[in-house]
Design a protein around this ligand. Structure first.
Ligand code: LLP
Length: 419
């Protein structure tokens, strides 16, 4: 469900034609729909109304300040994985008590900032990390709320690059090791074991793996409680999938109900870390056709967006629906839709059936709201795209396109090379 629709043959985001935005900002440009973001957050959050919970939006999916502010205004918190994301969350006004800190490699500085900020909890991922947290907490004389990220060894049946709950993955710790970590926490006055967490992967299309993970987390939590460790929350991570093509992900409602059933009778507060499901279909990347090229075996549409703007097709062979901004019935052809970067991996689609377009026409790459801009780079010294938020009839530039000056900011030529 999203608010990108054709109106009189013109693709609009809510009530604003994409062509109008592209004309104002240039291309490539990310366009997000406020109404879609709001709807997705509310549908997801409402799905858990039967369970005490906090929806901590996983901001790696899209960390623009405006998007974070929207989530915060709707009552959400944030799942962060770096000092940079902590900075963004605070700048956007997310209450510290709704911020959870995940990730296998938090630095001492990052841990110190999180402790000083007073966040909801840190998800510990190793004994070495716990030792650093203990040191920081002792120095700051601050009791730190902690949870251990357990690896429940569950196959989420998703792309190998985005599965995280298997034994061979770098994430989390096995139950026996987690148990040891909880016991260590119990011995230190500054370490406060408040929760248990897991995240089994991303773009998950079945409820089974979630239910299995929650079931095993619940039995661990109950065992820890029986041993006198008074856990209050269970962080079940993110991972709910979305439709890019013809996938049929579980409805948030069914997901919420399944978790509620599993946790009935416990008074654990559930922490949720959804990313993609909140923002994925709330955004598109609009790009302009530069040239057509007919090779001996293939036709190419060369557009002004590239893998530096949207990496998912190149990195995961991910499918994104691509449609013309001006509806074009009639002749269709098969083409690879590629960018200007000097890599064969720089493509948005291969052998895609498309309308017959002329150079200068705009196309929209759908489902680009999650892991789109946030994974973009400056490769080939391309300036990162502008980002726009639409609300009803208005649009707002929420990130300017980078300038050439931005591209070289912070660089310098050492004195021995001066002319
Ligand atoms: N929590 C943790 C600890 C995570 O590692 C992630 C995602 C999430 C929550 C949010 O997961 P989501 O609800 O968005 O599935 N770049 C890849 C996705 C990588 C996901 C990494 N972790 C992609 O473009 O498909």
């Amino acid at each position: 469900m999203h608010y990108f629709k054709y109106k009189k043959g013109e693709l609009c985001c809510e009530d604003v034609p994409i062509a109008e935005i592209a004309g104002a900002t240039g291309t490539p440009v990310y366009v997000y729909s406020y109404k879609t973001l709001e709807r997705h957050f509310n549908v997801f959050d409402d799905a858990f109304k039967g369970t005490p919970h906090i929806t901590c939006y996983s901001c790696k999916a899209n960390s623009n300040l405006a998007v974070l502010r929207i989530m915060g205004r709707l009552g959400g918190g944030t799942d962060i994985v770096s000092g940079g994301e902590l900075h963004r969350a605070l700048q956007a006004g997310i209450p510290p008590r709704k911020i959870v800190f995940s990730g296998v490699g938090k630095t001492e500085d990052e841990i110190r900032s999180a402790v000083k900020t007073g966040i909801l909890m840190i998800n510990v991922e190793s004994g070495d990390e716990l030792a650093v947290i203990r040191k920081v907490a002792g120095k700051l004389k601050t009791r730190v709320p902690l949870s251990v990220r357990v690896n429940p060894q569950i196959d989420a049946k998703t792309h190998p690059y985005i599965t995280t709950g298997l034994k061979k993955n770098k994430f989390g710790v096995l139950w026996d090791d987690a148990h040891t970590l909880y016991n260590q926490m119990g011995e230190d006055p500054y370490l406060d074991p408040v929760g248990i967490s897991s995240h089994i992967g991303s773009q998950i299309l079945e409820l089974g793996p979630f239910v299995e993970a929650v079931r095993s987390l619940k039995s661990m939590a109950l065992q820890l409680r029986a041993e006198g460790i008074p856990l209050r929350c269970m962080d079940i991570g993110g991972g709910l999938g979305i439709t890019y093509r013809d996938e049929l992900p579980p409805e948030p409602k069914a997901y919420g109900k399944a978790i509620e059933n599993e946790l009935k009778g416990t008074d654990l507060t559930v922490i949720l870390e959804p990313g993609r499901v909140l923002v994925g279909n709330s955004g598109i990347l609009a790009t302009r056709l530069l040239y057509r090229k007919n090779g001996p075996e293939k036709s190419f549409y060369i557009v002004d967006g590239a893998m530096n703007d949207l990496l998912r097709p190149a990195l995961y062979d991910a499918y994104h629906e691509i449609i013309p901004v001006n509806e074009k019935p009639g002749k269709r052809l098969k083409a690879d839709i590629v960018g200007p970067i000097c890599e064969s991996g720089d493509f948005f689609a291969k052998d895609r059936e498309m309308a017959d377009l002329e150079p200068g026409e705009l196309i929209a790459i759908l489902g680009a709201g999650a892991y789109g801009f946030s994974m973009s780079s400056n490769y080939n010294s391309r300036r990162r795209a502008a980002e726009v938020l639409v609300k009803d009839k208005e649009f707002f530039v929420i990130r300017k396109r980078e300038t050439f000056k931005d591209l070289i900011r912070g660089e310098s030529i050492p004195s021995f090379l001066e002319v």
